[in-house]
Ligand binder design. Structure first.
Ligand SMILES: [Zn+2]
Length: 511
């Protein structure tokens, strides 16, 4: 079996999704879970982009053991310096340099000749090698590049010391046969290719990221870059869980394997979704909520007789277990902590105390508390735990068939001041949002509002996700409560808090 290495770029490429901005603590939490999942390298960010991102990469490098840490640099010394300063304390620090290779990028972005760009790339690799033996070079937009120039570039950067050459289909343009051929050509025509690991990074603009990545493996790639839930720019990246499970389920066909602990996939997916605020579509392969649901009578009957009739993957192998009633209002702190531990989450005494209170409030309203409820509640507590700019102190709404809905909202501001505002609207949520805008002193434009129930039953918790636009920037917010108006208000405030967090941690540039 060929070993396939996995670089996870959820915290870099995935975090570039509009509104998915994570705090340093959230990034660290995801990095911890990625190490548990067993990824080989974590791409933790783009340190030159902002002081906040630099700090997050440094913290992850210092805390995470069991996985290498890398971060992105453009082919300029100041970016490489920033990466090295941020990753130097990692167990295996790596530097990732990216530079365009297609004529479209060379002319459109850099206005430089092929020779110039090649020299710039070689120089950047040589510079990075002074800091660490592990230097990765990515030929941006390789999917649309001239194949001759691409192989020439790969040869030159390996010569200069690159230990990983990564071939990105940056625009998601390639077809699997085409992309496989590019990889095969590099494998056959780059004379020093055995001195570096050949890696791929695919985007999903035509829905072919997973197929292209697998085609690359079939043709000799030995490392993949991917994200959890396929997060990433535009239509996203290759979904890590899809490639890993394809290799596992079709081991005979690919003759290749990763060292990913697949039973951690579902948990990692849920964590990323809850911290980024970006839900997974129900029919998403491997991690969608319907991925293992059999709805037609014929299928159900077959599965009951023998699971393999309609199921190629055992749900337990990706960490999916059935909803179970775990706790009630009579459950104490010990039971709560033990259950959280089973779910892979450790909480200290102070947080447990606070969490237990929230749990009791929930258990009072909702008799049966499921694992999903606990995880949602914990995610909400973690997200608002730090950087909480605005806090909801009170909400009162009135509505009826013949009256105009009104809302009275009391907020606590970062400077501990408390204020109340009243507004009316087309419904209670709309009225509450207007009151919040009044209090914050700015108007947000609501782009999207979606409501989902966490589990089944009339007393289930409602999960609301909103996307709002403030000063031409998009922010995602999530809220959860057994009251749908309250969960909508929490989601809205969460988005406002993310906007406030961004204001204090501006992003300077984007890769
Ligand atoms: Zn990308």
């Amino acid at each position: 079996m060929e070993r396939i290495y996995v670089l996870d770029t959820t915290l870099r490429d995935g975090e570039q999704v509009p509104g998915a901005k994570l705090t340093g603590a959230e990034k660290l939490e995801i990095a911890r879970q990625l190490a548990v999942l067993g990824v080989d390298v974590i791409e933790a960010g783009f340190p030159a982009s902002s002081p906040g991102d630099f700090e997050a990469v440094r913290t992850i490098s210092r805390e995470i053991r069991g996985a290498g840490v890398t971060a992105l640099a453009r082919a300029v010394q100041s970016d490489i310096d920033a990466v090295w300063e941020a990753v130097r304390d990692a167990e295996q620090p790596q530097i990732h340099i990216v530079l365009g290779v297609s004529d479209i990028h060379l002319q459109g972005k850099f206005r430089r000749s092929r020779e110039d760009i090649l020299a710039m790339g070689v120089e950047a690799v040589r510079y990075a090698k002074k800091f660490t033996p592990y230097v990765q070079y990515s030929t941006e937009d390789a999917g649309r590049a001239d194949l001759g120039y691409l192989t020439q570039t790969v040869t030159a950067v390996i010569e200069a010391g690159a230990t990983v050459v990564n071939i990105p289909d940056t625009t998601g343009y390639c077809d699997p046969r085409e992309f496989g051929r590019i990889i095969l050509t590099i494998k056959n025509e780059v004379p020093n290719i055995d001195q570096a690991i050949l890696s791929v990074h695919c985007h999903n603009d035509l829905g072919m990221a997973t197929a292209n990545t697998l085609a690359a493996i079939k043709n000799g790639a030995r490392r993949i870059e991917a994200t959890i839930n396929g997060l990433g720019e535009r239509a996203g990246n290759t979904a890590l869980e899809e490639v890993v499970m394809a290799l596992k389920v079709k081991a005979d066909f690919y003759g290749a394997m990763t060292h990913i602990h697949t039973e951690e996939i579902a948990r990692t997916s849920r964590l990323v979704s809850s911290l980024t605020g970006i839900w997974v579509q129900p029919n998403k392969a491997i991690v969608g909520s319907n991925a293992f649901a059999h709805s037609s009578g014929i299928h159900q009957d077959g599965v009951l007789k023998n699971r393999q009739t309609y199921e190629i993957i055992d749900p337990h192998s990706v960490g999916i277990t059935e909803s179970r009633i775990v706790l009630t209002a009579r459950s104490g702190r010990h039971a709560l902590r033990a259950r959280l531990r089973d779910l892979g989450r450790e909480v200290d005494d102070a947080r447990l105390e606070q969490f237990h209170q929230q749990f009791l409030e929930l258990a009072d309203r909702k008799k049966e508390v499921y694992d999903e409820d606990l995880l949602s509640l914990l995610a909400e507590q973690e997200r608002t735990h730090e950087e909480r700019a605005y806090e909801l102190l009170a909400l009162k709404v009135s509505l009826g068939t013949n009256s105009i809905p009104r809302a009275v909202v009391t907020l606590r501001f970062p400077d501990r001041r408390e204020e109340t505002a009243e507004a009316q609207g087309s419904g209670p949520v709309d009225a509450a949002y207007s009151a919040i805008d009044q209090l914050v002193g700015k108007q947000a434009r609501l782009l999207e509002f979606s409501l989902q129930s966490v589990t089944e039953g009339i007393d289930a918790q409602a999960r609301v996700s909103v996307r709002i636009e403030i000063d031409n920037d998009v922010f995602i917010g999530r809220g959860i409560d057994s009251d749908i108006v309250l969960s909508g208000v929490k989601a809205y405030l969460d988005a406002w808090n993310r906007a406030a967090f961004r204001e204090s941690n501006p992003t300077l540039v984007r890769a």
